[in-house]
Design a binder for this molecule. Structure first.
Ligand SMILES: O=C[C@H](O)[C@H](O)COP(=O)(O)O
Ligand SMILES: C=C(OP(=O)(O)O)C(=O)O
Length: 453
């Protein structure tokens, strides 16, 4: 049956139904700041991703839900325009590829690689304002809204920044696609990088796994595996669907099927602060066909998760809905079982992913917002334990990380202490694992995954 290129009026009405509901965490755009003009510009721009790629990711996430793959989703807490440079993008992709290689070995299943990038330019905040000394200004809400610099002009929300965010996302995605299809992702390179990592004295405990991977690669070579054919890897882009004007403006109707996709990224998620059942965010994502994530904090109940399932995934499409739990290391073992059990009892297949970052943030004695590596590892361990006890599938991990040698999270074998945090504390919002901590986490999670398999 041919599909009309004219979207049905009721579809367009449905896509705008969120406008009648309370939308948390939206900026107060100043009167006359040109919101309509910016939205018009965005509506005229080409999509950043293709609907077929989103469907492919849905299939991959369904595999992860069944235990046939494992999701690795990671990247900056908040991308910034200034840091969208070739070197930074390369190092983040490289870190994710290195982690994925280790996890693939650990799990003996494919790793679904999803960047928290090419669109992660907005942030929900605890407070609408920030005070420094005598001065109070609007809080920084991500580069797509305002600027981090603490001046009244910089903190003023400017809708044109959404257009800049679109272009920065397009440039980032372009380079990511080049890296992941042009030979950079060749498993032989990736493994050589990891060998360098485990050769450091502090990482000696990971050497045996690195040696095992070496052996496996030699075995594959001897069997005639065509490594050249594996130079391309699938890599997807995701971000929080927070700024609804931006997400709506990039939502397009797929001409093949007449279905709506948010083409700002392959997957989008709704955060813990914006997942109100009667709120605008869940309403909006319920109308798009992309795979959708929803963050769940420790106060989530079984009724909450089932209401989210009914709203976002009424057709029970495997891979459509990913629950990203962020409970905190001290809480996950109590808070996670009831909600997983409830979903299991209802016979619903969702993809369970752990975010071991957002429940483990604290302020260090020296005043930095930080996370401790041991807490991060403990939350992931708790996630695996809970799923093992319930006979359900721990489907993936979502981490805030960077490819740079920043000092934002304490701990890890490189032993970053509170006193070291000031050396390279570069995040504009939450603390990220640095390159080495990220790889170390991958080795530890690979051991946990090996036991799952
Ligand atoms: O990344 C998550 C949130 O945006 C972040 O934790 C909020 O931080 P805040 O409490 O400093 O506003
Ligand atoms: C804000 C975030 O997380 P959460 O919604 O879980 O707090 C985030 O992942 O950037």
């Amino acid at each position: 049956m041919a599909v009309s290129t004219q979207p049905a009026p009721e579809l367009l009405t449905a896509l705008d139904a969120w406008r009648d509901l309370p939308a948390a965490q939206q900026p107060s755009w100043p009167q006359g700041s040109g919101l309509e003009a910016a939205v018009d510009t965005l509506r005229s721009m080409p999509p950043l991703v293709f609907a077929g790629e989103c469907d492919q990711l849905t299939d991959r996430l369904a595999s992860a839900a069944r235990g046939e793959a494992f999701v690795l989703q990671g990247g900056d807490c908040a991308e910034t325009f200034a840091y969208a440079t070739a070197d930074n993008i390369r190092d983040r992709v490289k870190t994710l590829l290195q982690m994925a290689a280790v996890l693939t070995y650990g799990a003996s299943v494919p790793v679904v690689k999803i960047g928290r990038m090419a669109g992660q330019y907005t942030k929900p905040r605890s407070s609408d304002t920030e005070t420094r000394g005598e001065v109070t200004l609007p809080a920084y809400r991500g580069d797509m809204v305002n600027d981090f610099e603490f001046t009244p002009e910089s903190r003023r929300p400017d809708p044109q920044r959404m257009v800049r965010g679109y272009h920065a996302s397009a440039a980032t995605l372009n380079l990511v696609r080049a890296f992941t299809t042009g030979g950079f992702a060749d498993l032989r390179h990736v493994h050589a990088w990891n060998r360098g990592f485990s050769a450091n004295a502090e990482y000696a405990r990971y050497e045996s796994m690195a040696r095992d991977i070496d052996k496996a690669m030699r075995f594959m070579l001897a069997c005639g595996a065509d490594f050249d054919a594996m130079r391309s890897v699938e890599f997807y882009a995701s971000h929080e669907a927070l700024l609804l004007e931006y997400e709506r403006a990039l939502t397009r109707i797929d001409h093949r099927t007449g279905v709506a996709y948010d083409t700002s990224g392959h997957m989008v998620w709704v955060g813990e602060r914006t997942r109100q059942l009667d709120g605008a965010h869940l309403e909006f994502v319920s109308r798009i066909h992309n795979p959708v994530g929803v963050k769940l904090g420790p106060s989530t109940t079984g009724d909450d998760v089932m209401a989210i399932v009914d709203k976002v995934d009424p057709e029970r499409r495997p891979g459509r809905l990913t629950f990203i739990t962020r409970m905190g290391a001290g809480t996950i073992r109590q808070a996670l079982p009831p909600i997983v059990e409830r979903v299991q009892q209802e016979g619903v297949l969702v993809t369970w992913v752990t975010d071991p970052m957002h429940g483990n943030t604290h302020t260090s004695a020296s005043g930095y917002k930080t996370r401790d590596f041991d807490d991060v590892v403990d939350e992931v361990r708790g996630f695996f334990e809970v799923h093992a006890d319930l006979g359900t599938i721990p489907g993936g991990m979502h981490v805030e990380l960077t490819g740079n040698d920043v000092t934002e999270c304490t701990g890890g074998s490189i032993r970053i202490e509170d006193a070291d945090l000031s050396a390279r504390y570069e995040t504009v919002c939450d603390p990220r694992l640095n390159h080495q901590q990220s790889l170390e986490l991958a080795f530890l999670v690979a051991e946990m995954l090996a036991q799952r398999s």
